[in-house]
Write a protein that binds this ligand. Structure first.
Ligand SMILES: [Zn+2]
Length: 218
């Protein structure tokens, strides 16, 4: 088990990661992937669309070639999330998604199992799952065409992947702005947009439309 805490800028983990490598003491990666084959295949399907539409990727002309975007899907215990530093990979292996078993938002701690550390924005995903029990997928993309629109937004002073971001999401939720739209932008995180829901085809449709316009009319 490794215990990592690093504080850096974009793309790097800002919480304490209590991470265990496969095989874990309770289950092997093969059995885990069999158990959650349906959820993993949905993540693979939507990740392909996110890559095709540049919500997730790595590009020498954007953000000093730092990888961007991530996605997660709820499972019976916690959620599966794309691993840290994986945005450049065209197609992830089935067992590449990191299992976030537990997250303690106010201790800034994430407990995970996987081949690699969980996405640096795991805490943000954790907060959305906590607030919206009916939600099964959270997608984070970098989408200039959406970010430039007047979407519901987190405060510009708040950085990505932090406890402050989790609190900002709670604020939007408490103000009734999170659930009706299921999309918001992070004003302090260039081009950063969060989209969530549980109808995979509807989510894919929104991603595809975002290149032109967004129909939320906020
Ligand atoms: Zn981001």
């Amino acid at each position: 088990m490794i215990d990592v805490q690093v504080e850096e800028k974009d793309g790097v983990i800002q919480f304490q990661a209590i991470h265990e490598q496969w095989p874990s003491s309770e289950i092997t990666s093969i059995h885990f992937c069999e158990k959650y084959a349906k959820e993993i295949s949905k993540l693979q399907e939507i990740r392909q669309v996110l890559r095709d539409f540049d919500w997730i990727g790595q590009d020498p002309n954007r953000y000093q070639n730092t990888g961007f975007g991530n996605l997660s899907g709820r499972i019976s215990e916690g959620f599966l999330i794309s691993p840290s530093q994986s945005s450049h990979v065209a197609r992830l292996a089935e067992d590449a998604y990191t299992w976030v078993k537990k997250s303690d938002i106010y201790q800034n701690r994430v407990y995970s199992i996987g081949h690699a550390l969980p996405s640096s924005e795991s805490m943000t995903h954790a907060m959305i799952y906590r607030l919206c029990p009916e939600i099964d997928f959270v997608l984070h993309g970098h989408v200039p065409s959406l970010w430039q629109q007047s979407l519901i937004a987190t405060s510009p002073e708040v950085g990505y992947g932090t406890i402050e971001m989790a609190n900002e999401i709670k604020r939007l939720f408490d103000q009734g702005m999170l659930k009706p739209y299921q999309i918001f932008k992070m004003s302090g995180h260039l081009d950063g947009v969060l989209l969530f829901g549980n109808d995979i085809q509807k989510l894919i449709q929104t991603v595809k439309q975002s290149i032109h316009t967004i129909a939320y009319g906020i």
